[in-house]
Design a binder for this molecule. Structure first.
Ligand SMILES: [Zn+2]
Length: 143
């Protein structure tokens, strides 16, 4: 397990993006440094999801990956976030599948779920031998 540092600005931007009744989804951007993961930016997908559990739009992901390669976006994709308006903090089977897609790119990939109704959020990562587990709050540092 590794420590995660999230800037308060990132949390404010996520809170603003997910503050609506439909599910929202986006990318977490950051860097891996000295065994800790720093989340310092987000890229909202900017789409309203009609289903309760959404999948990251593949075209959007490909566009972001291309922008990184061509230098239009700094940093790297370190995970994804989405909202569960009023239904709490957990990962559905679809969310777990999405997590493992990001895990293919980085073993440090994070899934962040925010519930705008309660104002809470949770962070998950993949642990060898355990699968996808929620990070305890003492591993999450807001800076
Ligand atoms: Zn979900």
């Amino acid at each position: 397990m590794f420590k995660v540092f999230i800037t308060s600005r990132v949390l404010e931007r996520i809170a603003r993006d997910v503050n609506r009744p439909a599910e929202r989804i986006g990318l977490l951007m950051g860097v891996l440094d000295d065994g800790s993961l720093w989340v310092n930016d987000i890229i909202p997908a900017g789409v309203e999801m009609s289903e309760v559990h959404c999948v990251f739009p593949p075209r959007h992901l490909a566009q972001v990956a291309n922008d990184i390669v061509e230098g239009r976006i700094q940093g790297r994709i370190v995970g994804w976030y989405h909202s569960h308006p009023g239904h709490g903090l957990f990962l559905s089977q679809t969310d777990l599948d999405t997590h493992m897609q990001f895990h293919q790119f980085s073993p440090y990939a994070l899934s962040l779920v925010a519930d705008p109704k309660s104002g809470e959020f949770g962070v998950w990562n993949y642990e060898n031998g355990l699968g996808v587990v929620q990070l305890p709050s003492n591993y999450i540092h807001i800076i």
